[in-house]
Design a protein around this ligand. Structure first.
Ligand code: XIL
Length: 344
């Protein structure tokens, strides 16, 4: 374990000298840091760190990361009481070595729940399993993971009610409240998010999420914010939608973040424009925590054949999307003049 980290660190250092990833400009994390913005990459499978180019670029460009599937229940805790920490530990060590924050993603998701959990039908036993699972993870990474997607995709994909997942099936709609209360008890200080997809695109689902979240807030359920996935396709969200969401959740005392931004289209110009539009509006609205779902098309998650959704290509070269993100982050929103690019 430590040998693997040491090797990664050494290779990372050696590769840095090559400056292969030179984008001709400052890094995203440099410009973001000046404004106290978290700019992150989700979907980091720790095995990808074996490739020093991947590791260098990740550490060079981002100040936050989160796992892909490694925290999902089945992969981390496949049988009762048995946890495989090696992969998450590796991510946490990498982040610490490179001064990056880590977001916990995958406490509750519809996918990847193991048979031992799915076989529990008694609500009390099910809640006990949730408590044990959350506590094991959140205590281990206390102070190392600063924010968490506690519940992911609570709503049906196209809207129309709660997703009837394993948690809903045993505990009913109250599972969401149960999850946040367990998470808050496990870590009093971490930020706790509800993570949802497509609300920027589907007005009905947007209202549903607002109704759900405002109901939770009214009941005193401990959550800190909404994490918008933002897997975009060929259209940017309608202008004003991100701003309206930020304003309405801020009015409830909640933060809005972007958790999984990527753009699935076959047209690179359109892709660049969509990245630009989303980043500009999000930053102008005051969002300060933005993550992509990966950063290189070498390791992409897409449902659109041929799409290359991320900001670096599969050879780690910056795409138009990278420069769109960099420009948006560099913008001085008080004077509207953009920062000059410098050599890396
Ligand atoms: C995805 C992973 O990237 C895939 O490898 C896996 O097969 C399915 O899940 N929103 C989420 C993520 O919150 O957990 C999903 O991750 C992508 C959509």
């Amino acid at each position: 374990m430590y040998a693997a980290t040491l090797i990664t660190t050494l290779l990372t250092t050696i590769t840095k000298v090559d400056a292969f990833a030179c984008t001709g400009t400052t890094t995203l994390r440099d410009v973001a840091a000046k404004k106290n913005i978290l700019i992150g990459s989700g979907a980091i499978n720790p095995a990808y760190l074996d490739d020093p180019k991947f590791a260098v670029l990740l550490a060079e460009q981002f100040n936050s990361l989160s796992p892909e599937n490694e925290m999902k229940w089945e992969f981390l805790n496949p049988t009762k009481g048995n946890y495989d920490w090696t992969k998450l530990d590796r991510l946490v060590e990498f982040a610490a070595a490179n001064n990056m924050a880590v977001k916990g993603h995958g406490l509750i998701s519809s996918c990847c729940n193991p048979p031992y959990l799915l076989n529990i039908t008694d609500p009390t036993a099910f809640r006990a399993a949730m408590t044990a699972h959350f506590e094991a993870i959140m205590h281990r990474y206390h102070g190392k993971m600063d924010r968490w997607d506690v519940v992911t995709e609570a709503l049906m994909t196209m809207g129309g009610g709660l997703n009837q997942n394993a948690f809903y099936n045993v505990l009913g709609p109250g599972y969401i409240e149960v999850a946040f209360r367990i998470a808050r008890a496990a870590d009093a200080n971490a930020k706790l998010f509800i993570n949802e997809n497509l609300v920027e695109t589907l007005p009905g689902k947007r209202q549903e999420l607002y109704d759900l979240v405002s109901g939770l807030v009214a009941k005193g359920v401990p959550l800190d914010g909404v994490a918008l996935q933002m897997h975009e396709t060929i259209y940017a969200p309608a202008p004003g939608v991100i701003t309206d969401m930020v304003n309405s959740y801020n009015a409830l005392g909640l933060e809005v973040t972007i958790a999984e931004l990527d753009v699935h289209t076959l047209d690179p110009v359109n892709q660049t424009n969509i990245y630009s539009a989303v980043m500009d509006e999000a930053l102008a609205a005051g969002i300060t925590d933005i993550s992509f779902w990966g950063f290189t098309d070498k390791h992409k998650y897409t449902w659109l054949p041929g799409a290359e959704p991320l900001i670096f290509d599969e050879n780690y070269r910056p795409k138009g999307a990278f420069y769109a993100v960099h420009t948006a982050l560099s913008q001085d929103r008080n004077t509207t003049s953009s920062a000059a690019a410098t050599q890396c």
